[in-house]
Design a binder for this molecule. Structure first.
Ligand SMILES: *Cc1c(COP(=O)(O)O)cnc(C)c1O
Length: 224
């Protein structure tokens, strides 16, 4: 990829985020940009690191391993569906897992984190749109799930993540992002503030920022 193009894309995305922050009375810089590098190679990740990007996202353990191990001074976020047998390949390299969506996965994260003598930083993925093709907890099960998570002392829950359905008019995604924020507000309590809302991708991140996203996961807007 041509560096000039990446720099231009990065500057544009940053500007769009900042404008949305300001427009909705949020502090500029309150949203963390996660560059999703699943479609690019390590050379392009290098360029992104050199531009000052600090947070990267991958959704497939095996495809990402070369990139993730080559760049250890940045934060990697695991944003895809996570199979329990892959937890041991994720925890050592990623600073956050965005896709906790079932107790069996929590069991395995707890086990591996204990073995590594660490606490795993995670977000709970919620399927707010109810699309059958999407992973994530049913919103109605979130409260019960959070109660179960209290006994997992090796898992620190920082917030919620969702993927909105693709809409040709991004404005149509607004109710889904608003629903995730409302779920957070209903379920937050001392010790589990659920501060982070990981929501918004290339097609809809402007709306997500307006609705309170603290992390946006952007691939194509940067790397195309
Ligand atoms: C690929 C991916 C993204 C980024 O998608 P773009 O539309 O390219 O910005 C964000 N989140 C998840 C979970 C993804 O798999």
């Amino acid at each position: 990829m041509v560096l000039m193009k990446l720099e231009e894309n990065y500057n544009r995305v940053k500007e769009v985020i900042e404008k949305a922050e300001v427009r909705t009375g949020r502090k500029p810089g309150s949203v963390r940009l996660i560059a999703v590098t699943k479609t690019v190679n390590a050379a392009v990740v290098r360029q992104a690191v050199d531009l000052g990007i600090t947070d990267f996202g991958e959704n497939r353990v095996q495809d990402a391993v070369k990139k993730v191990t080559a760049f250890r001074g940045v934060r990697w976020h695991f944003i895809g569906h996570l199979q329990s047998n892959k937890v041991k390949d994720v925890l050592p390299y990623y600073s956050m897992i965005h896709s906790l969506d079932r107790v069996s996965l929590a069991n395995e994260i707890q086990r591996v984190a204990e073995k590594m003598d660490m606490v795993a930083d995670v977000l709970i993925q919620v399927n707010v749109s109810g699309e059958v093709s999407k992973f994530g907890l049913d919103p109605g099960n979130l409260a019960g799930f959070l109660i179960k998570m209290r006994s997992f002392d090796r898992i620190k829950i920082h917030g919620l993540m969702t993927m909105a359905p693709f809409e040709s008019d991004p404005e149509s995604t607004r109710p889904h992002f608003r629903a995730l924020k409302e779920l957070r507000d209903i379920n937050a309590r001392p010790g589990v503030e659920l501060k982070e809302l990981s929501m918004g991708m290339t097609n809809d991140y402007t709306v997500a920022v307006e609705e309170g996203a603290t992390m946006v996961r952007i691939g194509s807007a940067l790397f195309k």
